[in-house]
Design a protein around this ligand. Structure first.
Ligand SMILES: [Zn+2]
Length: 152
């Protein structure tokens, strides 16, 4: 666990994470720490199927071990601007890389990829992404029709 509350700094916690087979590993610092952090449980088509329960660290607060970011395979849907990161060997969902869409580079990291976390003890916000909660382009639940090259 990380820093203290001295000097007006918010409390934070650092967690090790990775995929199931160990090919991808990283550490992430969250402020506030788990379990105070509000984890996003979104019902959009992507989050639901990929099993995401997301926290949103800044890129500087994510340290990829052994070049782990480059080891991630990626999947893109909807606006096709964000990498949905997963392990190419074991298939574990890691999260979302928002580099192309957020002014400040952030990630969405799935707490399911963190080690030693009891997800029953976390604090969640349910987001009805499936009914188009902002930002709609992320969470609309629409499907990209590859054949027609349009949303439906
Ligand atoms: Zn793996």
């Amino acid at each position: 666990m990380g820093a203290s509350e001295q000097g007006g700094q918010e409390e934070s916690g650092t967690y090790e994470g990775g995929c199931h087979c160990g090919y991808i590993k990283f550490s992430v610092t969250l402020s506030p720490p788990l379990p105070e952090y509000t984890v996003m449980n979104c019902s959009c088509s992507g989050c639901f199927r990929l099993g995401y329960l997301l926290v949103y660290p800044k890129a500087k607060d994510v340290v990829w071990h052994n070049d782990g970011r480059k080891r991630c395979a990626s999947y893109r849907f909807n606006t096709k601007t964000k990498d949905q990161m997963f392990c190419p060997k074991c298939g574990t969902s890691i999260g979302i890389d928002f580099e192309a869409v957020h002014k400040e580079h952030t990630y969405g990291i799935s707490v399911r990829a963190l080690y030693g976390i009891n997800i029953d003890e976390l604090n969640y916000k349910k987001l009805k992404g499936v009914t188009r909660v902002e930002p709609a382009y992320d969470l609309s639940g629409h499907i990209w029709d590859e054949e027609k090259q349009e949303m439906r």
